[in-house]
Design a protein around this ligand. Structure first.
Ligand SMILES: Nc1ncnc2c1ncn2[C@@H]1O[C@H](COP(=O)(O)OP(=O)(O)OP(=O)(O)O)[C@@H](O)[C@H]1O
Ligand SMILES: [Mg+2]
Length: 326
């Protein structure tokens, strides 16, 4: 059969945009999904929207689809579970595979990998119960930020400046039924770096298996009057400022981009993603986390960085879809 032209939307076949899911980030995912679906339609792609409310297997049952654009944030979509289902069904999908999705969904274990590779991430302390509080105070001092290891959108996170606040922060984070840890508070500037596709990785027969991330988009600096970039600052506030260009020198921005690419490679992230990182007051880079299914509403961070690079939203969605190999 004659190969389809690179820019022919038919080359993707029928694309299911899987969105929603049942994590705490469901509402954000529905917005991202609607924007992605519209973009694919604009590009002439044969797309269908699927709101996954229960089992993804049931959601796909009886549908004839050729690939999946996965835009389910959080557990069930970003954690390797959906990726495993799609692997078994033999359906190509966007973004990272099972291993990297599962690993990076857990921010604490991601930090362990980065540390093992010699990349710097803030000090942390696992909080299994109240008996760990004193240990934590001794190890990290104050302030700290307490996080459920497997949530996104700043859900369940609080800053704690004393023992009482630490105790309360633990109670809040524990509700999310995953490991909880405290992290040393970083004073400095906050950045986020989007990464997008790269070189094809072929199998012996020349079939594209996956793409290695090699390209970082322009860096964004985030600024909020809130204590940190919390849920309100992310989705509701009008006071959050996004600086892109980020204000770093070209050399510094380049080194931050290289760090983000390395941070992705260390944990096996593929296709696309977004790395959150601080530069602390001493000039030290401090890796915070990597998202493998970042927000894709038209005011989300990856589209913002892409725009700065001259890639409009529809084109970005196309490029992410191209990372679904098979
Ligand atoms: N160690 C830290 N010191 C200071 N602020 C922090 C630290 N870690 C996180 N934050 C703040 O909390 C926000 C959310 O943290 P983090 O990125 O770990 O959570 P998330 O919920 O996974 O975010 P996302 O929505 O990007 O998935 C950060 O954007 C930053 O503003
Ligand atoms: Mg984050």
């Amino acid at each position: 059969m004659k190969a389809l032209a690179m820019n022919n939307p038919k080359k993707f076949g029928r694309v299911a945009v899987m969105m929603g899911g049942s994590s705490a980030e469901r509402e954000v995912s529905l917005k991202s999904g609607a924007a992605v679906y519209e973009a694919l339609k604009c590009k002439g792609v044969d797309a269908i929207a699927i709101d996954v409310t229960g089992s993804p297997i049931e959601a796909l049952a009886g549908l004839k689809i050729d690939r999946v654009f996965n835009i389910i944030h959080g557990r069930g979509g970003e954690d390797g579970v959906l990726q495993g289902v799609l692997e078994v069904l033999g359906i190509p999908y966007t973004g990272s595979g099972v291993m990297a999705s599962a690993l990076t969904m857990d921010k604490l274990r991601t930090k362990l990998c980065w540390q093992g590779f010699g990349l710097v991430t803030p000090k942390w302390c696992l909080l299994e119960d109240e008996a760990d509080l004193d240990d934590c105070i001794e190890k990290l001092g104050f302030p700290v930020i307490v996080k459920p290891a497997q949530e996104g959108s700043s859900i369940g996170m609080s800053k704690a400046g004393n023992r009482d606040e630490l105790q309360k922060a633990l109670i809040v984070a524990e509700k999310y039924r995953c490991d909880v840890y405290a992290e040393a508070w970083v004073t400095g500037k906050e950045y986020t770096v989007a990464v997008l596709d790269g070189d094809d990785c072929m199998d012996a027969g020349g079939k594209v298996m996956h793409r290695a991330i090699t390209e970082a988009l322009p860096v964004i600096r985030l600024e909020t009057p809130n204590a940190f970039y919390d849920y309100e600052a992310k989705y509701q506030a009008t006071t959050t400022q996004y600086h892109c260009p980020c204000g770093l020198s070209p050399e510094q921005e380049q080194s931050l981009k290289e760090l983000a690419v390395t941070a992705c490679k260390v944990v096996g992230v593929k296709g696309w993603g977004r790395v959150d990182v601080f530069i602390d007051d001493l000039g030290q880079y401090q890796l915070i986390e990597v998202n493998t299914v970042p927000g894709m509403t038209d005011h989300s961070l990856v589209p913002m960085a892409a725009r700065q690079a001259g890639i409009d939203f529809n084109e970005l969605v196309w490029r992410i879809l191209e990372t679904s190999c098979g």
